[in-house]
Design a protein around this ligand. Structure first.
Ligand SMILES: Cc1cc2nc3c(=O)[nH]c(=O)nc-3n(C[C@H](O)[C@H](O)[C@H](O)COP(=O)(O)O)c2cc1C
Ligand SMILES: [Mn+2]
Length: 507
């Protein structure tokens, strides 16, 4: 198995690794936990287990995903890029190539079968069936002062496709409307919203809280609609997600969860949801969303309540999003092989900006990739796309801004477009639709109307660099701030390239 077995195992693992602090002093779930957790997050601090939360006997776990190290520990991985290669295989995006690959593929098919969720008969998440289901017993946080109420923020929301019966698991915020009602904030582009709009009448919903971290994370993965998030979680964990039938609805829920909320919503029933201080760093306004009526709550005997706070970046969702960015790179490259790398800056809150490096082969190639990004899964919601040449490090924002400033003629190198936007975007005049902008910061070609002869980047030749390397120590010059960055590397030779490229090629 990769990563921890369940939330308890995860908490033990964090504690042993010095990655968790248990706070025994009383704390208020109304705003105070947000302020404490946000300091821990922004300061690179530990996960926090609050054992004395005002108004509830249930402890609160927060900031479990707050650093890259913990994200890797959660997924039981050495690098996020390596997971991406596996996922591309899993989604069968990588055509088998030669006999060795075919044999490997057979092995993988077996593990796909092994990754399927496994139904069990009894489960820790049902140790206790609450005599009276009430959210009032849970330490649900009010994150920000103008929030419309307390919000459940780190959940697996489980629904079924009304036509195929296929499962969907999404991480959607849930407003506590009352002790037995939750707002279901699945945005219009998301899978559960499709489950909701494509059926009629009642739709059953289960909410799992406090699963193992991989299972928790998979709810936030932008997977194709027909892909069961729990199959992907099983694949990532190298152990199937065990599920158990819920008590009052026909939905399977993860057995290892701390708490499960069961219920239903009626198609057609909407209620104002919000405002909510969201990961855009702004309050999202009140809007109509479906309502979940709770039919049961089950839990472990001594449940732990997991949560997350999002707000002005960076917040704890940074590493969930970075994991997705890295893990999906090989999948992006399957349909767009010219893409070398991409970066979704935290400050762009992930849907506002994508920086993409490409190996340019023909006039208009940058524009082709912009349009492709605007047509790919949830990346299609990206507002600004910046395209740079293959040798540019998309993660080095100094290098990116240098390339943008130096290479863009705004009269020619900007592509304005129009299309669906993230529902949280408040700048758009209309909800979830508006303008998009593409910046072509690549070197321009004659075939693109640039006839002045594109200049070279000034660089010291490799032999001179090697000679300086050889005598560097002897020169005795301290370099306290040098990170080996901001120095342009040579352009990638056709079919060759720098470190990132070499890494992508491996295997
Ligand atoms: C902490 C966190 C909170 C999120 N809240 C919401 C939300 O309230 N509504 C929503 O539509 N997406 C939300 N998302 C994004 C979705 O989880 C993500 O788009 C995922 O792909 C949804 O699953 P689906 O593709 O099966 O619809 C959130 C993501 C994170 C990391
Ligand atoms: Mn989905």
């Amino acid at each position: 198995m990769n990563g921890p077995r369940d939330l308890r195992d995860w908490i033990d693992m964090l504690r042993r690794a010095g990655e968790l602090v248990e706070v025994t002093q009383e704390v208020d779930p109304h705003l105070e936990i947000t302020e404490i957790a946000d300091r821990a997050m922004k300061g690179g601090g530990p996960a926090l287990l609050f054992t004395n939360v005002k108004g509830s006997r249930v402890p609160v776990l927060i900031n479990q995903f707050g650093t890259e190290r913990r994200m890797l520990m959660a997924l039981g991985a050495d690098s996020l890029d390596a997971i991406g290669d596996e996922i591309a295989d899993l989604l069968e995006l990588r055509p088998p190539d030669g006999l060795a690959d075919k044999v490997k593929k057979l092995g993988q098919l077996k593990s796909v079968a092994d990754a399927r969720p496994k139904v069990v008969r009894s489960a820790p998440c049902q140790e206790v069936v609450w005599p009276e289901p009430s959210l009032d017993l849970l330490p649900v946080l009010t994150c920000w002062p103008d929030d419309g109420g307390p919000y459940v923020t780190l959940a697996n929301v489980i629904t079924k496709d009304p036509v195929t019966g296929g499962r969907n698991v999404g991480m959607y915020r849930l407003q506590k409307h009352s002790a037995t009602e939750l707002g279901l904030h699945w945005q219009i582009h998301k899978d559960a919203a499709q489950d909701w709009t494509e059926g009629a009448g009642r739709m059953e919903v289960a909410i799992a809280l406090g699963t193992d971290p991989t299972t928790t994370y998979c709810g936030s993965m932008p997977l194709p609609k027909h892909v069961d998030e729990y199959m992907v979680a099983g694949w990532l964990r190298d152990a199937p997600v065990e599920v158990v039938p819920a008590k009052t609805i026909d939905v399977e829920v993860p057995a290892n969860a701390e708490i499960v909320i069961e219920g239903y919503c009626e198609r057609g029933e909407l209620r104002p949801e919000g405002p909510f201080g969201d990961h855009t760093g702004y309050y999202t306004p009140v809007d109509d969303f479906p309502v979940m009526h709770i039919t049961a709550i089950t839990s472990r005997r001594d449940p732990i309540y997991p949560t997350i706070v999002v707000g002005p970046p960076p917040c704890e969702d940074l590493w969930l999003a970075k994991a997705t960015e890295r893990i999906f790179l090989p999948a992006v490259r399957m349909t767009l092989p010219e893409v070398v790398d991409y970066d979704l800056p935290a400050a762009g809150t992930f849907h506002n900006c994508a920086i993409v490096s490409i190996r340019k082969r023909f006039p208009g190639h940058a524009q082709k990739v912009m349009n492709a990004i605007w047509g790919t899964g949830l990346l299609s919601l990206t507002k600004a796309v910046i395209i740079v040449d293959d040798w540019v490090d998309v993660h080095d924002y100094t290098e990116v801004v240098w390339q943008m400033g130096a290479n863009i003629d705004p009269a020619h190198d900007i592509l304005m477009s129009y299309g669906p936007l993230d529902q949280l975007d408040h700048a758009a005049r209309l909800k979830a639709i508006g303008g998009k902008i593409g910046f072509d910061a690549t070197a321009k070609w004659e075939g693109e109307g640039y006839t002045r002869g594109w200049p070279e980047v000034n660089r010291i030749p490799d032999d001179v660099k090697a000679a300086v390397d050889a005598r560097w120590a002897e020169l005795g010059i301290p370099l306290p701030g040098f990170e080996g960055r901001h120095t342009p590397r040579p352009p990638a030779a056709p079919g060759g390239g720098g470190g990132m490229l070499a890494r992508l090629r491996r295997g």
